[in-house]
Design a protein around this ligand. Structure first.
Ligand code: ADP
Ligand code: MG
Length: 325
């Protein structure tokens, strides 16, 4: 196992930031810690890095116990949200810094830095200073610097969140390739569901210091373990139990799993069409149930059967799929 976290708890005063949490990260895999702000993601990552110590529980890296060991001993590479490059050092010198500290010879450092510049596709930028780079390029330098010393695990704390949406998207694909090439066991913290789904082999959804579910993107999206998970990884409508025939609990339905009908059919539920919004590749119909509750149905853009429907018209809806908890 690349990383094993076992029963780890971290408290700050009376607040519990990480609550008896266990997590296995397979060697050479990339796991995303996904959850809302304040749920304990950074605290967990810092404990894996050795920047913080757990109050309870134990941590192993590559099968060796790391609990209580120093940051240096653990041989982890770390990249934070905010660029932490040395301003007065060139890209080359930034990447080679850790190697200098470890007493590597100049020639060996040059060769290793060349390798890394290639890896992060910044071959022509070695002599630039951080101020002469874009935000995305700076984060690639940070990654190269973290990888320089061949860490046993790579820990990334929202590394792309300070960048604009387009660059962020580019860097995700790029990180995926980098990880496939280096195969270094990686944990990335993010609060962005799309980012987690795009880069990670497995996603751990965290809420209030605990893992609610860990699994692949499709396991998490199609088989959410809890209402929190279902809500956090996509839009959801809640059909109260009295409105659908599946007895007992509320039914949680994705907008793309709501079927819109002109006429009542079987167990369909009456609703009023409030508005249709065109979102380019799809349509969103805002609907209101008889009890006043609103919900959204997502429909393909070529839905001809919507033609002629007006806001305020009576329609019927039927859930095609849903989850009960
Ligand atoms: P996330 O990274 O998921 O946003 P954090 O791990 O940073 O969350 O924080 C989890 C909780 O622990 C939050 O309530 C936060 O305020 C608290 N916390 C984190 N670090 C400290 C600290 N050094 N001192 C006191 N409270 C902290
Ligand atoms: Mg954080």
């Amino acid at each position: 196992m690349g990383i094993r976290v076992s029963g780890v708890t971290k408290r700050f005063g009376s607040a519990t930031a990480v609550d008896n949490l266990s997590l296995d990260v397979e060697t050479n895999s990339l796991v995303a810690l996904l959850g809302p702000s304040g749920c304990g993601k950074s605290t967990l990552l810092r404990m894996i890095a050795g920047l913080d110590n757990p109050d309870e529980g134990r941590i192993w890296i590559n099968g060796e116990e790391a609990t209580g060991r120093s940051v240096q001993d653990r041989q982890v590479g770390f990249v934070f949200q905010h660029f932490a490059l040395f301003k007065h050092r060139t890209v080359r010198d930034n990447i080679g810094f850790g190697l200098e500290l470890r007493g590597w010879k100049k020639d060996a450092i040059r060769r290793r830095v060349d390798e890394l510049l290639n890896l992060v596709q910044l071959q022509d930028y070695g002599s630039r200073f951080p101020s002469q780079l874009s935000g995305g390029q700076r984060q690639r330098v940070s990654l190269a610097r973290a990888l320089a010393v061949q860490p046993r695990v790579l820990l990334l704390d929202e590394p792309f969140s300070a960048l604009d949406a387009k660059v962020r998207k580019e860097l995700r694909g790029w990180l995926r390739n980098l990880q496939e090439e280096t195969k270094v066991t990686t944990v990335i913290v993010t609060h962005d569901q799309e980012e987690a789904f795009e880069v990670a082999d497995k996603i751990a959804v965290i809420n209030k210091g605990r893992i609610e579910q860990i699994g692949t993107a499709s396991e998490i999206y199609d088989h959410p373990a809890t209402p929190f998970v279902m809500n956090f990884v996509g839009e959801v409508n809640v059909l109260p139990s009295e409105l659908h025939s599946h007895s007992g609990a509320d039914l949680f339905v994705r907008p793309h799993d709501i079927e819109l009908l002109r006429d009542a059919n079987g167990d369909s539920v009456p609703a009023v069409l409030r508005r249709v919004t065109h979102l380019g590749k799809e349509l969103v119909a805002e609907l209101q149930l008889e009890n006043g509750q609103k919900l959204n149905a997502q429909l393909p853009r070529d839905r001809r059967d919507l033609d002629g429907l007006q806001n305020g018209d009576r329609v019927h809806i039927r859930p095609r799929a849903g989850h009960q908890f």
